[in-house]
Design a protein. Structure first.
Length: 473
């Protein structure tokens, strides 16, 4: 029989309760019950893990190659902090320098010629030689030729007018002589008419009449006839009628002679009038000197102005070429536009020549206190559905540091279309991080690390239930 006294012994209890079921199964079962009930209340964070890198919020400047010439100076270096206007690349530009020197020489030559041409225009306008020094371009000779043509024109017209003046003076002299002769003949006619009237009307003739001798001779003949006739009439040889006939016959003969002389003189007057009419058309003077000089000057000015216009056009073309060449020379050196961090694109540093337009580098914003950067990661298509803007992203730097450094960012942007990768399509997710001053010592652009995005929470019971069901968490 069982001895009840043994119930008071510790050995009995030790043998009864110090066994496998009491020491292991019961505590484990109790722990399981506690965990089971805990799973209905405790919650687990749902996360998406990926590899992310630190990228700039914006690119300050994209740098491209500006020349096909060989590179003689290269200051590109990945991660280098550059200042505004600091030299990055320099190309060999010997041929460009020679070309611009030739263009500048051509420009100076044109300017010198233009200066002399303007002196020619000034000389043509003022009518005197404005050239102060020897002209090497022939414009002073051009003005001298113009002056010689002007002088020749003046001399020719002056000579022509002198000849015309001589001709007109000769005509005037001839006209004066003919007028004098006409006047003399007219006076003779008047004298004969005076005698004619005196004989016809038994009048008198002035003592100044040049033909008074003829008239006196007529009177003498008449008196002789009358005296002889009176003597014969006394003797009875003739009658009074015969006397009258003799005197009338003498008178008629004398008047006929006078009329014949008058007619002859009038014929002379008519001949003189014909000569006078032939001398009426005098030669006109040449008054075209001013117009011809103006035409000559206008032609010379027009030619000079056209040449000046051609010079201006040529200078404009040269200025354009020089400007383009200077612009091209600027492309022989590449400077940083702004202060920032230099990022050199792959396979650039070892090249000695880079084709024009090839991207070679980028300038990122400098890393300073309160600088904002992106944590850029690529999330597989199967995990993107739970990620939304505004969610937190935790970035852990994968480097040997004294302590783990973590950056906390907020998802700012999710690409609307996936990006093809080697392992399939993934969406680019950018989380915005504002850096503190203490983080600047170990932060660099391009730094990679583990990125964890918290997409939500579940109770542990539901989490493992979904795992059992094979549903995605």
């Amino acid at each position: 029989m069982f001895d009840k006294r043994l119930l008071e012994s510790s050995e009995l209890y030790e043998k009864r309760y110090r066994n496998f079921s009491i020491l292991l199964i019961f505590p484990v079962g109790l722990l399981f019950l506690v965990l089971f009930f805990f799973s209905f209340f405790a919650k687990k964070e749902l996360i998406v893990t990926s590899i992310a890198s630190i990228e700039p919020q914006k690119v300050i400047s994209n740098i491209q190659s500006t020349s096909n010439s060989p590179i003689i100076e290269n200051y590109l270096s990945e991660g280098k902090t550059v200042q505004a206007n600091s030299l990055l690349l320099k190309y060999n530009n010997d041929s460009d320098s020679t070309q611009i020197e030739n263009l500048m020489n051509q420009k100076q030559e044109l300017l010198n010629k233009k200066e002399q041409l303007q002196l020619l225009l000034k000389s043509l306008t003022s009518g005197k030689n404005e050239f102060q020094v020897t002209d090497d371009y022939g414009y002073e000779k051009t003005f001298e030729s113009y002056e010689a043509q002007s002088s020749s024109l003046r001399e020719n017209i002056s000579k022509s007018n002198r000849a015309i003046d001589d001709q007109n003076n000769n005509i005037l002299n001839q006209q004066s002589e003919i007028s004098r002769q006409i006047s003399n003949v007219s006076n003779q006619i008047d004298a004969y008419i005076e005698i004619q009237n005196a004989v016809s009307n038994n009048g008198t003739v002035s003592s100044g009449n040049p033909y008074i001798a003829q008239y006196n001779n007529y009177l003498i003949q008449r008196k002789a006839i009358e005296s002889r006739a009176q003597n014969q009439e006394k003797l009875g040889e003739i009658s009074g009628q015969d006397i009258n006939k003799q005197t009338e016959s003498l008178k008629a003969q004398f008047l006929a002679g006078i009329s014949s002389s008058i007619d002859s003189l009038r014929g002379q007057v008519q001949s003189f009038d014909v000569q006078m009419s032939g001398l009426n058309a005098s030669n006109s003077y040449d008054y075209s000197l001013n117009s011809q000089l103006l035409t000559l000057k206008t032609q010379a000015l027009a030619s000079a102005n056209k040449e000046l216009s051609d010079f201006n056009s040529a200078l404009t073309d040269l200025e354009t070429k020089i400007s383009l060449q200077k612009q091209a020379n600027k492309y022989n050196e590449i400077f940083a536009e702004k202060e920032g961090v230099l990022h050199v694109l792959p396979n650039i540093l070892e090249n000695k020549t880079i084709p024009v337009g090839t991207p070679i580098a980028q300038i990122y914003p400098p890393l300073k206190n309160k600088t904002q950067v992106y944590l850029v990661s690529y999330i597989p298509s199967s995990q993107i559905s739970g990620i939304k803007p505004g969610q937190k992203a935790r970035f852990t730097i994968q480097q040997n540091l004294p302590k783990t450094e973590i950056l906390i960012g907020t998802i700012y942007q999710i690409d609307s279309a996936p990006t093809p990768l080697k392992n399939g399509n993934a969406y680019k997710v950018s989380a915005l991080v504002t850096l503190d001053k203490k983080e600047l010592s170990y932060i660099r652009y391009g730094l990679e690390g583990k990125c964890v995005v918290i997409t939500g929470q579940k109770t542990y019971f539901n989490y493992y239930l979904d795992k059992i069901k094979g549903e995605s968490s």
